[in-house]
Design a protein around this ligand. Structure first.
Ligand SMILES: O=P(O)(O)OC[C@H]1O[C@H](OP(=O)(O)OP(=O)(O)O)[C@H](O)[C@@H]1O
Length: 312
């Protein structure tokens, strides 16, 4: 898409995806009605990555690029994004927007024990040197409250995963009297944004994390859950322990049925198998992180965010 602004014709805007998220990158490009290219990735025998992007035709310069990649399992991806950004800069791209529906290292947003880094700030500064703008979805803004604190001086949009969850509940049917439950205080904005538009009541619990897989969620003993359907929502499902504990607490209070939504599904088959063992249907997720549980597309929301960042 070349934009004509007065008597000046801007270069093209292009989406660049990676093989692990090519479909989602194409869906975003489709929503924006612009071309999409998927990077070639090569892994050398020593483990290093090589990224190859197409060279634009000389008469069709790319002026703005959207690089689409979720940063689950992020360590290699961060290097590959850095390399991709360097190619695009060399090709003359003036404005680079990173769409990372799942943003990495957001959970280490403080020094929890002496000797640790604030990984969120380190990675935010790193990516801020490579990209000009950012779009993330439900980026675990717990002790940090805005993406401006992560990508300092760079325009950014933090999208909520609430609208796709509410839309899915509405489309699949949600019984009146359903209670929307979040595992901790930090999930309150998500809970309220899901429950509010559906006219449902939302409550949040208190989470105590003692280790990577050692989590307890307590719900208020007077929560009006007895005999009612419960929908549990959270930003991330990784080990699954937060959801398992939250579901057990809801059952203890007499929940009738349980449904689970996680905006980002980061777990593998072993954890997936545990949902049945816990008497739960498999959770449903947004398609920011490619996963078998994906049922809620984010391309429309992300396209609107990109348009708002670039005001077109
Ligand atoms: O599936 P799990 O392995 O339980 O992980 C998912 C949970 O962990 C995250 O919060 P976390 O406890 O990391 O951070 P917080 O202290 O910021 O709430 C996230 O918000 C989920 O609640």
């Amino acid at each position: 898409m070349a934009r004509n602004t007065g008597n000046r014709t801007d270069g093209h805007t292009v989406v660049y995806g990676f093989p692990d998220s090519a479909d989602a990158a194409r869906r975003l490009a489709q929503a924006l009605e612009i071309p999409c290219h998927v990077a070639d990735l090569h892994r050398f025998p020593d483990g290093e990555s090589l990224v190859r992007l197409p060279e634009p035709a000389p008469n069709e310069p790319v002026e703005r690029a959207i690089v689409y990649r979720s940063l689950d399992r992020p360590n290699d991806k961060l290097v590959e994004l850095t390399l991709a950004a360097s190619v695009l800069r060399r090709q003359g791209v003036a404005d680079l927007c990173l769409v990372a529906p799942y943003m990495a290292y957001m959970r280490q947003d403080a020094i929890f024990r002496p000797g640790e880094p604030v990984s969120q700030a380190v990675v935010g500064e790193w990516l801020g040197r490579c990209f000009d703008r950012f779009v993330c979805v439900e980026p675990h803004l717990h002790r940090t409250h805005t993406l401006d604190e992560v990508f300092v001086g760079r325009p950014s949009v933090a999208l909520s995963g609430a609208a796709p969850i509410a839309a899915h509940l509405r489309a699949t049917g949600v019984a009146p009297g359903t209670i929307v439950v979040g595992p901790d205080e930090e999930s309150a904005p998500l809970v309220e944004a899901v429950a509010g538009p559906l006219g449902l009541t939302g409550i949040v619990g208190r989470k105590e994390r003692r280790g990577d897989r050692d989590v307890t969620v307590a719900l208020p003993p007077d929560a009006p859950i007895h005999g009612r359907p419960v929908v549990i929502v959270d930003d991330v499902i990784s080990s699954g322990e937060t959801i398992f504990s939250c579901a057990r607490a809801a059952r203890m209070l007499g929940a009738d049925t349980l449904r689970v939504y996680g905006v980002h599904a980061l777990y593998g088959e072993t954890v997936a198998g545990r949902f049945a063992a816990e008497g739960l249907d498999r959770p449903l997720s947004c398609d920011g992180v490619p996963h078998p549980s994906n049922v809620m597309p984010l391309n429309g929301l992300i396209a609107d965010a990109v348009r708002s960042l670039w005001a077109y």
